[in-house]
Ligand binder design. Sequence first.
Ligand code: CP
Length: 320
Amino acid sequence: MKKDLISNDIQLSPEGKLVHLLGLEGLSKKHLTHILNIADGLIDDAGNLKKSKALDDMSVANLFFEPSTRTRNTFEIAGKRTSANIINVDLANSATKKNESLLDTMHTLKAMQIDMFVIRHNQSGLPHHVAENLQGVAILNAGDGINAHPTQALLDMLTIRQHKQSFEDLSVAIIGDIVHSRVAHSDIQALKTLGTKDIRLIAPTGLQYDSEQCASVKCMDDIQAGLKDCDVVMVLRLQKERMLEADIPNEQEYFDSYGLTAERLALAKPDALVMHPGPINRGVEIDSSIADGDQSVILQQVTNGIAVRMAVMEILAGKS
Ligand code: CP
């Protein structure tokens, strides 16, 4: 599966201000650092999330056309913590089931004075299409097909920044189903923008990028070599919902060859972070003892998702 090039051009105003968040391509180090700094400022010294009144005059709609636990709920919590009026649109019982087009549904919700839409969809580029056709609202991409998951990458960068001195000197290994992963795509973009030079993508043939996409990163199939002395290990699940039946690997064989175990993690630096965007499949891409181990920051990633999503909403509202 090859990723189409989807332009994020319309997410910046002519003055370079963020008006939608569609993807991380096109955003500068200054943009990313600003979002991370605002998110940092929303966490107090004890690690607790603060509240703000930034969106107290705004309404936000969550539209999730794909299942989600982390992203949907942390957007809802982030909306509430910034004092927005936030609704989860019940798509299973909406007029889209009576053949209303997505854009007509969106125009209808906009007429209810919604200011911001958070959209997850299995179609790459769908949030971009909405942003092009619905004026006067902000669109936040909460994951589109295999294309992008920008807030996931931003919360991943915030988590790394809380533990490591600089992005420049890091060796980051991303293991697993790279080719179907919008998270990998956005993480690679964020790491490159923030200056990381050693990005290793570890996957079997079939789940790896093609040679063109591998040109600016290190694509490897040898997990031992890929993990050697790295600072951050990001593990991805097998995204079966985006595979053909024939492509789905045998889970036991996959774990035997590419699962993150204690023995394999020992090849990385002793203080290497173990990250996973979730949902995790224990015993498939990661051993349970590693998911729950001392090096795991998986649940910290979840909490950071609230701060990052609050920050992005405040910025799009012009309040930060
Ligand atoms: N990481 C992530 O997108 O998880 P959810 O599918 O639970 O939102």
